[in-house]
Design a protein around this ligand. Structure first.
Ligand SMILES: [Mn+2]
Length: 278
């Protein structure tokens, strides 16, 4: 499968890219940034870790701008171009879980799977709503939280428009608030522990998930917890280079991140750093 020696074509710098929580069909989706990311992406294996299409939001109100449609077309183009694409449906696109185990338009659909990195480490890949029970927040608080999240995203879009006009980069109000509220921090910690525990139980080295819209890579109870973030607040992806190193990349053309957020590198910097390390 490797190209002939005479070929000037370099192997892809990235081995795997994980994205999730795109929420196509939801007004908060940053489809333009994602389109730009996907068009530049050269990768062997693209993994869609759930909540790609927001069927819940579409059920509430039909919203389907051409940029959202373009994201789907771009994913199909990537699959046709020879990149392996795996789709792990989440809770907002739960309807597609019926197709798990099958293949649609060259895209493998799985409920979860084990990703073996280039360094031999094995990761459990799943969306993450499986841990909602373990995180245990009361139903009322959960619904209030979802309502507040919508309000924050709505307010955040106003802030975003002003920032863009002033020449500032992407910044998420919802993410900033999450870092200020102790309950939200506790929720994130409980989720990370539940996910790490699942990987540990299966005898794996780590877990790769999404769902909570909080990108990051951390050692949690002896296993590596990786979250690829989202394309509503963070415009982030988790990428693996040819030596198996993982990094979170931020793709919104700006370094501006909320205080207290995990360090997230811009994609060109991250790829350059990965390349020089390899
Ligand atoms: Mn989710």
């Amino acid at each position: 499968m490797s190209p002939p020696a005479a070929s000037t074509r370099r192997p892809h710098a990235l081995r795997t890219a994980f994205i999730s929580d795109v929420h196509l069909g939801f007004r908060g989706c940053q489809a333009e940034y994602l389109l730009d990311f996907l068009r530049r992406l050269e990768v062997e294996h693209l993994v869609l870790v759930g909540d790609i299409v927001d069927l819940w939001s579409l059920k509430r109100s039909m919203y389907w701008p051409s940029s959202h449609h373009e994201v789907l077309r771009e994913i199909l183009r990537i699959a046709r171009s020879g990149t392996r694409v795996t789709y792990v449906p989440g809770n907002h696109d739960e309807g597609f879980r019926e197709l798990c185990g099958g293949e649609v338009a060259g895209i493998e659909i799985r409920r979860d799977f084990i990703h073996e990195a280039a360094d031999g480490r094995r990761y459990l890949v799943l969306h993450g709503d499986d841990f909602d029970g373990a995180v245990k927040f009361s139903g009322l608080l959960k619904h209030f939280g979802e309502f507040m999240y919508d309000v924050l995203l709505w307010a955040g879009r106003g802030v975003q428009a002003v920032r863009r006009r002033l020449g500032f980069g992407h910044w998420s109000l919802a993410s900033w608030i999450k870092h200020q509220v102790p309950d939200a921090r506790r929720y994130i910690e409980r989720f990370e522990h539940a996910a790490a525990h699942a990987a540990h139980r299966h005898g794996l080295d780590g877990v790769i998930c999404g769902h909570i819209h909080q990108p990051g890579i951390r050692e949690v109870s002896g296993v590596r917890y990786c979250n690829d973030g989202d394309w509503v607040e963070h415009c982030s992806a988790l990428v693996e280079d040819r030596s198996g190193r993982l990094a979170v990349v931020h793709w919104a053309g700006a370094a501006a991140m909320p205080v207290g957020a995990p360090p997230v590198a811009a994609l060109p910097d991250a790829v350059a750093a990965l390349e020089t390390a390899a």
